[in-house]
Design a protein around this ligand. Structure first.
Ligand SMILES: NC(=O)c1ccc[n+]([C@@H]2O[C@H](COP(=O)([O-])OP(=O)(O)OC[C@H]3O[C@@H](n4cnc5c(N)ncnc54)[C@H](O)[C@@H]3O)[C@@H](O)[C@H]2O)c1
Length: 367
């Protein structure tokens, strides 16, 4: 059950609309602000997709959806919110402007999460003059309404209490919060993705494979392993009975072989963009982005559902969480309370704490 009474989504693009959908489908009221005149149409497209996916996850009926309102200003959107998620484009100057406005108008005890893919919270919270201590990075993965992971990162001014409350908030809407132990740019997920992306760009640019062949190599091969065990546990098993130590002894030396170009970035020129975009068009075989989104969502639900039946029915990895989440949604649906009554009740038992002066800070500035 959620501990959020009312949420605000600032920015309603790919990620902001995904947050909005997850919150609404958990019965939470959301106020959204996005200056794009097309925002209402775009978020309703995302909501349609999310609703469709959730109907597959909870076939017995979904909880009563939260109420969505479009605010005319950031001030209006955040006025009575206890959880605010910022998802505006990835530019520090814009994040500063938007976070300053959120901070000026949000209730003092509201938690502010930023969806940034890589900007350090320390660099963002300097713009928050009133309560910088309540900012955390809450970095999600697309589609936010289905993928459970959220990386939580605190900055130098973030209170430990804010991280704890953020963990509870994200977990209450079916997510898997992982607190990143040290503040670095791009955190953990995007560090890994950027490394793979750079290498992939080289492989295409050098004509080693096409984008379709590269994707096949992932989705018919190690991508299937990663989804259920990640990297280290997969390698532990790959080491045979001797496990990780043997794996490292065998493959460690390869790291020095000329296998990777990881430190270099190919020139991101028109030629490379054209090459990749054309091959990507061919790979899509005429399917639109919306059609591909449906296929992606169906597959993700099917994968999580399959994993939820593993491990003697207890579920494995994301499947174990999926099992609990779908149960939670079904329970909420069976109760059919109004969203605000449910949230009020939950809030009464677990209030979002007011920020207090920290005893110790959560992050250290990196040199
Ligand atoms: N796309 C991804 O896969 C992904 C994944 C994780 C995190 N992120 C992060 O999420 C954030 C948003 O990315 P996105 O992909 O949704 O971008 P997007 O371009 O799809 O959406 C950004 C939205 O912000 C709106 N916007 C612009 N100025 C605004 C303002 N002043 N106030 C409110 N809204 C404003 C735009 O109109 C747009 O709808 C970025 O920080 C990005 O790094 C993106």
């Amino acid at each position: 059950m959620s501990i959020i009474n009312k949420a605000a989504a600032i920015g309603g693009g790919v990620i902001g609309a995904g947050w909005m959908a997850r919150l609404l489908l958990n019965g939470i009221d959301v106020s959204i602000f996005d200056p794009d005149p097309e925002a209402s149409r775009k978020v309703s497209e995302v909501m349609k997709g999310a609703r469709r996916a959730y109907k597959q996850m909870v076939p017995g009926g979904l909880p009563k959806e939260g109420r969505l309102t479009f605010a005319a200003t950031i001030a209006e959107a955040v006025a009575d919110a206890d959880f605010i998620q910022e998802s505006v484009p990835e530019r520090l100057d814009l994040k500063h402007r938007v976070l300053a406005e959120i901070d000026a108008h949000a209730p003092a005890n509201a938690i502010v999460g930023s969806s940034t893919s890589g900007i350090k919270p320390t660099d963002m919270q300097v713009a928050m003059k009133k309560h910088p201590e309540r900012l955390v990075v809450g970095h999600p993965f697309n589609p936010v309404y289905l993928l459970p992971l959220v990386e939580i990162v605190g900055g130098e001014q973030t209170f430990p209490e804010a991280i704890e409350v953020a963990k509870e908030i994200y977990a209450s809407i079916g997510m898997k919060p992982v607190v990143i132990r040290k503040e670095i740019e791009a955190f953990v997920g995007d560090r890994l993705l950027e490394a793979a992306w750079r290498e992939a760009l080289w492989l295409i640019k050098d004509g080693i494979c096409t984008v379709e062949e590269l994707d096949d190599i992932m989705r018919y091969g190690f991508g299937l392993r990663w989804a259920q065990m990640g990297m280290f546990q997969v390698y532990r098993v790959a080491g045979g009975e001797a496990g990780m130590r043997h794996f490292m002894a065998q493959f460690g030396p390869c790291l020095k072989w000329p296998w990777t170009k990881l430190m270099d970035v190919p020139e991101f020129n028109d030629e490379l963009v054209d090459l990749i975009a054309t091959q990507s068009d061919d790979q899509a075989h005429g399917l639109s982005i919306r059609e591909l989104e449906k296929i992606r969502d169906d597959n993700l639900v099917a994968i999580m559902d399959a994993l939820s039946k593993q491990n003697k029915g207890k579920g494995w990895g994301a499947g174990a969480l999926h099992k609990d989440y779908t149960k939670q949604l079904a329970k909420l649906a069976a109760k059919k309370p109004t969203a605000s009554k449910a949230a009020e009740k939950a809030k009464a038992s677990k209030p979002v704490k007011k920020a207090e002066k920290p005893k110790k800070k959560t992050g250290k500035k990196k040199g």
